[in-house]
Design a binder for this molecule. Sequence first.
Ligand code: 3PG
Length: 210
Amino acid sequence: RTTELDSICLKAEVIPVITIERIEDAVPLARALVEGGLPVLEITLRTDCALEAIRRMREALPGASIGVGTVLTPAQYRQAEQIGADFVVTPGATEALYRYGVESSVPMLPGISTISELMTGWQYGYRRFKFFPAESSGGAKAIKSFGGPIPEARFCPTGGITVDNAEDYLKLPNVMCVGGSWLTPQALVEAEDWDGIRELARQAAERFHH
Ligand code: 3PG
């Protein structure tokens, strides 16, 4: 699973975190991001149309890696498996999620924000984590400090990351990629400005690359 997550994260340094409010936005929005050069997407389960949005994106963009985010329970994890998610992202982690993820064929990126939470995930065999909410949990300094006791763990920080602070994280050896909603500003989505979103993705892909 670590290998699977690494190969997904190697495709892009920046993962747009997307919340779909209107189902008809799903495919054009995802297409704009992928065409702009960001082929790994996380769609949050925060809206009623999220699962249908992911289904449509997968069908329209078979080359993209599509993760399901904001997974809080094993039941939601199962839904993500059923719609063929490439990976699952959780904001935090529970014992139930850890246990479910160990058995699942879909890899999970569990959310942690403290060294104790990291140790719990580590004990379950997880090696790749989401660090959330990154900016309010100590930011890049915290991730750098995690590298002392557990240097092999790798992180995808999200929460408060923007084009201006992404590099502070990406330059750390234990950060594999960053995620955030800054690539899908509400104003552009509401205006259906897919060219504008493609351009934001293009700039991010150009500025941050492996
Ligand atoms: C997430 O779930 O990762 C966050 O909502 C993304 O955080 P951001 O909106 O601060 O980028």
